[in-house]
Design a protein around this ligand. Sequence first.
Ligand SMILES: Nc1ncnc2c1ncn2[C@@H]1O[C@H](COP(=O)(O)OP(=O)(O)OP(=O)(O)O)[C@@H](O)[C@H]1O
Length: 278
Amino acid sequence: MNSIAIDRSSAAARPVPARPRVVGGVSAGETVIEARGVTKTFGDGSVVALEGASFEAKKGEFISLVGPSGCGKSTLLRIISGLIPKTGGSLSVHGREVTEPRSDIGMMFQKATLLEWRTAIENVLLPTELQRRVTADDKRRAAELLHMVGLKDFEFAFPRQLSGGMQQRVALARLLQTGADILLLDEPFGALDEFTRERLNVELMRVVAEVGGTTFFVTHNIQEAIFLADRVMVMTPRPGRLAKIVDVPFERPRDLSIQQSPEFNALVSEVRDVLGGH
Ligand SMILES: Nc1ncnc2c1ncn2[C@@H]1O[C@H](COP(=O)(O)OP(=O)(O)OP(=O)(O)O)[C@@H](O)[C@H]1O
């Protein structure tokens, strides 16, 4: 695999002053998503997948959603994306209530779902191709994005020639090619081995900062949730609730070594306490 060096040289845990901050050259002051009492029930109303979730997301923020199976993480992402309707509360993106899928929101899942008969770059270009005629600029951008996710020499490789981690990198490039500035990632590296996953997390942090995307990242892993995020939304099940929002006061991008710091471990305990109390 086209390996990416992980920078272990930078300083570890560095608490920083409160926001606003600049992420990827974009001021992180503007509210992009505002949710008030978002609720989702299924069927006759007896399955409460999500109850009364309220939060805001600022431009360029990275927010992790962590919690056990069935606490409503995917449901919340699908409501934000407009794929399913909420049954209560309000949720707006850029000040407009979400009532249908939006083109400025992109999703990525645990499986890359690449088309086997298309090369990496052809897969990246697919969303554009489905909308309009592909231009030379689109092709240049797709090549740039593949470079950005560490696949410079794999533009013309087919999915079967790529490892699972590389396929997820292609999926990430494909997501960015859509131009979506809100990225909803549902356990994107959940099926990968721990080593690949850690490396991709570091890469992801760099890439989303570069494009200035506002990101929601679903995971079951507390360390991963904290390592990546500006804020961690801790969710608990039966019914699905947003139990606590934990601020993560470390500058981004981060080095994996911050996970050894006492400050980091205090945050892990804080999240674990919320989850353990339910
Ligand atoms: N289409 C549906 N019909 C009925 N119930 C549903 C539907 N989708 C989700 N649920 C229920 O809503 C609850 C929340 O599901 P959701 O998939 O959002 O949880 P999750 O936290 O993402 O879980 P996991 O970590 O396992 O993916 C669960 O109890 C689930 O069974």
